[in-house]
Design a protein around this ligand. Structure first.
Ligand SMILES: C[S@@+](CC[C@H](N)C(=O)[O-])C[C@H]1O[C@@H](n2cnc3c(N)ncnc32)[C@H](O)[C@@H]1O
Length: 209
């Protein structure tokens, strides 16, 4: 097997990951989130997802942060990996995505795949829209919001800003892989006086509460 920088668990990938983890911790400080338990949900969407592994910390996130579990909204569904996880812990889950992909996730139409992967969950509502429009028409309050869209600073900040105003807790994927995401989460934590926790595995999960 040929090792490459992109292969997630190659030695070079791990070394770069550790450098980023150390560097971001000093540049955009956050307290490490330490789950007291790791629990796998009953169902996981098959196939690859950068979100793999984070599914195990959701019960700890809910209990350690004292979250209610009536409602969850997610921006960035793709094939539904994270959406399926939330649907097993929250009464109602709304998943918003253009389902057209982006330059980081790749440009593929995943609407049909997500629908098929999530078919068994009657508590999921999928909405084919961009966050820019959707956030102008939804004025509801949520117990949890997950932001995992295109990983630019501007988009993460704008979507995250709506999220901190509409959810008790907001989580952001890729706070280690993408410095723009980490900076946006850090800046939101300062502006809104939110506690910034970070789980630094599986590409990083930023938590604002
Ligand atoms: C990294 S993927 C999401 C991965 C997913 N959370 C999982 O568990 O595998 C990013 C998704 O964000 C969507 N996206 C990108 N820009 C968007 C926007 N402006 N509004 C809504 N969705 C967007 C893409 O279509 C893509 O499906």
């Amino acid at each position: 097997m040929k090792w490459s920088i992109k292969r997630p668990f190659s030695p070079l990938y791990r070394a770069i990951y550790e450098v980023k983890r150390y560097y971001y911790a000093s540049k955009y400080p956050a307290e490490e989130f330490k789950p007291k338990e790791l629990v796998s949900p009953g169902y996981l969407v098959p196939g690859p997802s950068a979100w793999k592994g984070l599914d195990k910390i959701i019960p700890a996130l809910i209990s350690q942060l004292g979250l209610e579990t009536h409602s969850c909204i997610e921006f960035g569904v793709e094939k539904g990996y994270s959406t399926a996880v939330f649907a097993q812990y929250f009464d109602q889950v709304t998943g918003v995505d253009t389902f057209q992909g982006d330059r980081h996730a790749g440009f593929i139409d995943t609407y049909g795949i997500a629908g098929s992967n999530l078919n068994q969950f009657k508590n999921i509502t999928l909405i084919k829209d961009n966050y820019q429009h959707y956030t102008t028409v939804d004025h509801a309050e949520y117990n949890l919001c997950h932001v995992d869209i295109i990983h630019t600073y501007e988009d993460t900040y704008a979507c995250g800003e709506w999220a901190v105003r509409h959810a008790k807790c907001v989580i952001f994927h890729d706070t280690i892989s993408f410095s723009n995401v980490r900076k946006a989460v850090y800046d939101l934590s300062v502006k809104y006086n939110k506690k910034f926790l970070n789980y630094s595995h599986h590409h990083g999960l930023g938590i604002l509460i």
